[in-house]
Design a protein around this ligand. Structure first.
Ligand code: UT7
Length: 338
């Protein structure tokens, strides 16, 4: 009888820039206050990457950290997928640049764009190469330099976002661990509420698009909030229900970190108490594709082999989804502080 092959996480690593942008710092830049930011979003500070570095810098640090954690050379990676909405440039892909910087010279790679759901979409995509046996080791990174597309004169968005990268290795597992199920969704009719207006083929960059600030992230917060609360909670409940998982079966919810109120609503719908939810939004804000793997990295030392995790996200597109996985690492293996 043939064994079922799952894609399992065999290493996890995260990287954040050192520069901190606090709520107090933002109060000096726009008309806002610490109380509004914390009560409406849960954010106290975020990290900002140096101006002269791109997303590939962070992604390369993650690839190097993953190799150190797994005890392998970068040349042993087969495929690198980088989920990002802030590539270094429209082409070549940030995955290609980061692979070069990290020395992953035998890997092919590509970027995947699904905004805040990017890591989930990339994880599911990478898993297919493992399940089919085409590749032995796939590197999936979520990386975003949101500070490169945020307008720091717009108080409605500049308080929300930060820069970070984190990622995992996927390898084959035949013991029933790893990714068990995924539900991924998109609805392009939501694009009007969260997007970047120019810089693509529809509105190429001109002096006018720059003058009109069309190269910054645009968000109409209220409708996004409404859709996020419902969709993220529903899909997280749906993946539990269709797999017969009760709240007791789930060790951790690993939610996209956009807003504490969205995270709370998702946990409530799943019947989970707050102590079973990974939350680091206070320290990093919304780092788009990096939030979920960064949580996995920060909590990895507390996780035990076989624990059920539900990863859940909602983002621009609209895109959203949930992935159920059984954690496959022992407490200290597969993580690195380098
Ligand atoms: O990660 C991808 C998906 N994105 C999300 O999930 C984000 C979803 N949206 C949200 O999280 C929330 O909508 C926000 C945090 C962005 C905004 O919270 P809100 O409770 O929806 O506030 P609001 O936009 O309705 O604004 C309420 C008030 C407004 O003033 P008035 O019109 O009531 O006088 C805003 O002008 O708060 C004002 N405001 C601020 N005040 C102080 C907006 N931004 C700020 C600010 N500081 N930074």
């Amino acid at each position: 009888m043939s064994q079922t092959i799952n894609a399992a996480i065999t290493a996890v690593h995260g990287w954040t820039p050192e520069t901190v942008l606090s709520n107090a710092d933002l109060c000096k830049m726009v008309d806002t206050n610490d109380e509004w930011i914390r009560s409406r979003t849960g954010i106290s500070e975020r990290r900002i990457l140096d101006k002269d570095k791109g997303t590939s810098h962070m992604a390369a640090e993650v690839i190097k950290g993953l190799c150190a954690a797994r005890g392998i050379e970068p040349t042993e990676i087969d495929l690198v997928i980088v989920a990002t909405v802030t590539p270094d440039m429209p082409f070549p892909s940030t995955a290609n640049i980061a692979s070069d910087l990290a020395g992953a010279t035998n890997a092919w790679g590509f970027d995947l764009e699904a905004a805040c759901s990017g890591f989930l979409f990339a994880l599911n995509t990478g898993a297919q190469f493992i399940k089919t046996g085409q590749h032995k080791r796939v590197c999936v990174v979520g990386a975003d330099k949101m500070s490169s597309i945020v307008d720091y004169t717009d108080r409605t968005t500049c308080v929300l976002f930060g820069d970070a990268a984190a990622g995992v290795f996927l390898e084959a597992d035949t013991e029933g661990l790893g990714i068990q199920d995924s539900i991924l969704k998109s609805d392009g009719s939501g694009r009007e509420f969260l997007h970047m207006k120019a810089g693509g083929s529809l509105n190429p960059a001109t002096a006018e698009t720059v003058a009109k600030k069309m190269h910054y992230l645009f968000q109409d917060g209220k409708p996004v909030f409404k859709a996020a609360v419902t969709s993220m909670a529903d899909v997280s409940y749906e993946i539990m229900e269709r797999n017969g998982l009760s709240a007791d079966d789930v060790s951790w919810l690993v939610p996209h970190q956009a807003n504490m109120r969205i995270i709370d609503a998702t946990a409530r719908r799943m019947g989970l108490s707050t102590d079973k939810v990974m939350i680091n939004i206070e320290k990093y804000g919304n780092t788009t594709a990096a939030t979920i793997p960064l949580c996995l990295y920060e909590w990895s030392k507390d996780l035990s082999k076989g624990e059920n995790l539900i990863l859940s996200a909602f983002g621009g597109g609209f895109t959203w989804g949930a992935i159920w996985l059984k954690w496959s690492l022992d407490h200290s293996s597969g993580t690195s502080d380098c």
